[in-house]
Every structure is written in C-alpha cells, then in structure tokens.
Design a protein around this ligand. Structure first.
Ligand SMILES: Cc1ncc(COP(=O)(O)O)c(C=O)c1O
Length: 372
C-alpha cells in the first residue's frame, strides 16, 4: 500500500542532504558541538527571517517557552493565562517554573486564543498571557497588548508558525516569542531544538544567560540558570532548511488551497468544516485541520489510517481534561469552544512535497469514511 504520511521527513531531508552532510563534516572537523559559528550564523539568519532583532537558540521549544516566561519576570506563584487547547508543552513550561496555568477558551472558528476570554482570565496575580499560534497562523496579539495592564507581559508560543505574519507583524516583535524546531515543524531540526525571538535586548540577554547556567561567560553565574543550548549539528540542519522555508511555506499554502477546493462539496453538504484563516494572517499551514460534523471522528481517523493515510488529531484532549492537569480544578463544560473542537478536529497530511494526486486520494478516502 502506498502510504501518505502526515508529515514527510524523508522528502524534506532529500532536499538538503548534501548540504547537511557537508555541514556535519565542518562540525566534526572543528569539534564545535555546542554553540559555535554555525549556531551564531543560524541565530543571525533566523532573526532576520523572523523580523526581530534577537534570536537565541535553545535546546527545544518547551525550554524556549519557559525561558521567555522567566526572562519576562514570571516566577513561583504567578499566574499565566494559556489557551485550553494547546499542545501540553505550553502548560508544562508554566508549571515547571512553579507558576499557575490559568486557562482561557479559544475562538470557535480559528481555534486561536479568544483575546476577550484571555483578558477576562487576568487577575491580580497574572504576570503573563501566552497566545499560541496554533496550526500555522497567528492569534491576535495586538488585541492583548493594547488592553493588558503593564504588569502583564505577552509571551507568544510560536512553535507552529515559522514564517507566518498577521497584519505584517511577526512573533516576538514588540514582545517575546518561543519557537520549536522539533523535526515535524515547518522548520525542523534532526533532533530537539528551539529558539526565543525578541526585539528586547535585555530579555534576549537574560534568556541567553539562564539557558547557559546563568551567565554568558564560562564559570560566571549572574542569575540562577540551567542548560538549554542549541548544538552545532542542529544549527547546520536549520540553516540548510531555513534557506528553503519560504518556498516550503508557499507550497503548503498551495496545498491547503487545493484541499479547500477538493473538499468544497463535503463542506457544502455540511459534512466537514474547512479550516478558517483569521483576519490579516499569512498562514503557513503547519497543520491542515478540518472538523467533521455528524460523524464519529475517531472512527474516521481509524479508517484513514487503515488505508495508509497518516491523519492525526491535534490534540485529543483539551488541557483541563488531561489527567496531568486535572489538579487545576476545571471540569467539562468550562471551555466549550475548546471541547467542541477537540471532539471534531482531524488533521490531514500536509507537507510541501505533497502532490495533488495524493491529496485527491486523501479526500476520496475521507469522503468514503464519512459516508460510512
Ligand atoms: C504549541 C507548541 N508549544 C510548545 C511545543 C514544544 O516544543 P518542543 O517539542 O520542541 O519542546 C510544541 C511542539 O512540540 C508546540 O506545538
């Protein structure tokens, strides 16, 4: 059976294989395993790509969220507002600091954080709000920055949106943002990697220090820190892939438009809801997430998987109904938009190299599965 994966990492590797091999040889020759010239070059190039003054490479996206929060003054006992529908790492980063995650619902159509719900969740102990740029498009950061009190910082979780803009704005400009280069991301490393992006020199310096045992010079520890550094081999991969990211994102946009057209009949019949792009967004389609209406979503995913189609669910439970965070004290019914989305969402295979024929097979199989 010809499989259509959710994400095709082999196809992505083939495009950069020679460059990566040559870069790995350079690292081996220089033994620049942690930090070094490749990391410095990548940080410079990614800052430029991302339209921010500073990029600090770190070990993974979860650390990036934690470091951005810590550098923004979040500490033990503070409250941090996060969406109820995100990958669990956003909440884990808050919890690891010893801060308390306070959940807010998403918008019903785009599934992005509802700015009003986030503002309503702000209390006297709130130190930060974390909009998550889910599936490849940006939540409304300006609606938050315009209305939040000065003591509350916006820390963007930009793990899923490399290259996306909203009204021309990029994550981290005028604030601070965290991203992940987990292999399946639009810009994926060959292992774990992440970065913090910001225009704020002071916070960038603090992130760099905290991520290097509290200081940038060896054996000088100005603040308490830990180890979360980007390594040279990952920087080689990221540089090679970064030079192709804009083209890859354009190919994703084209593939998403093809899905929209191929799914039009099912959408008109009310059997699927197509993904909605929020105003002002240049979407980079990390995931193409439809909703199935009036059908058993898990059954449909099972049927697609049985036909060799790597459909997925991002994510199968909202944060408040996830065992690890039941102790936050929320219950079913508290975040209706997140709960409704969770029961109906379904991610279809999408990557820059996907062909129209592959997409047509995905859509035909989905249509059969929905019809039972
Ligand atoms: C929204 C979101 N936040 C945070 C992370 C954490 O990144 P990582 O897996 O690199 O730690 C991810 C990705 O995995 C993510 O999708």
């Amino acid at each position: 059976m010809n499989r259509i994966p959710l994400v095709d990492l082999k196809a992505a590797h083939e495009e950069v294989a020679d460059e990566v091999r040559a870069g790995f040889e350079r690292i081996l020759a220089d033994t620049a395993f942690v930090g070094g010239e490749e990391v410095r070059c990548f940080e410079r190039e990614y800052a430029q790509f991302g339209g921010v003054a500073h990029c600090v490479g770190v070990a993974n996206g979860t650390d990036a969220v934690e470091l951005a929060l810590r550098a923004s003054g979040v500490g033990v006992g503070d409250e941090v507002v996060v969406p109820a529908n995100t990958f669990i790492a956003t909440v884990g980063a808050v919890a690891r600091i010893g801060a308390r995650p306070v959940l807010a619902d998403c918008l019903p159509d785009s599934h992005l954080l509802d700015p009003q719900a986030a503002l309503d969740a702000v209390g006297p102990a709130t130190r930060a709000v974390v909009p998550v740029h889910l599936y490849g498009q940006l939540a409304d950061v300006t609606a938050l920055t315009d209305r939040l009190p000065d003591r509350v910082r916006v820390v963007e979780d930009a793990a899923q949106c490399q290259g996306a803009t909203r009204d021309g704005r990029t994550p981290g400009s005028g604030s601070i943002a965290a991203t992940s280069f987990y292999p399946g991301k639009n810009l994926g490393a060959y292992g774990d990697a992440g970065a913090v992006l910001t225009d704020d020199e002071e916070r960038a310096g603090l992130v760099r220090a905290i991520a290097n045992h509290g200081g940038v010079a060896k054996y000088r520890h100005d603040v308490p820190g830990f180890n979360s550094r980007l390594d040279g081999l990952q920087a080689v991969v990221l540089r090679a892939k970064l030079s192709r990211l804009a083209d890859g994102n354009a190919a994703r946009r084209a593939a998403a438009a093809r899905y929209d057209a191929m799914l039009a009949d099912l959408a008109t019949a009310g059997r699927v809801v197509l993904p909605a792009t929020a105003p002002g967004n240049v979407h980079v389609w990390h995931l193409y997430v439809v909703q199935v209406a009036g059908a058993d979503r898990d059954d449909i995913v099972g049927k697609l998987n049985a036909e060799g189609i790597g459909a997925g669910v991002h994510y199968p439970a909202p944060v408040h109904l996830t065992p690890a965070y039941r102790q936050l004290g929320y219950g079913r019914g508290d975040f209706p938009n997140a709960e409704k989305a969770t029961d109906r969402i379904l991610s279809l295979p999408l990557y820059p190299q996907i062909t129209p024929d592959q997409q047509q097979r995905v859509v035909n199989t989905l249509a059969d599965a929905i019809r039972g």
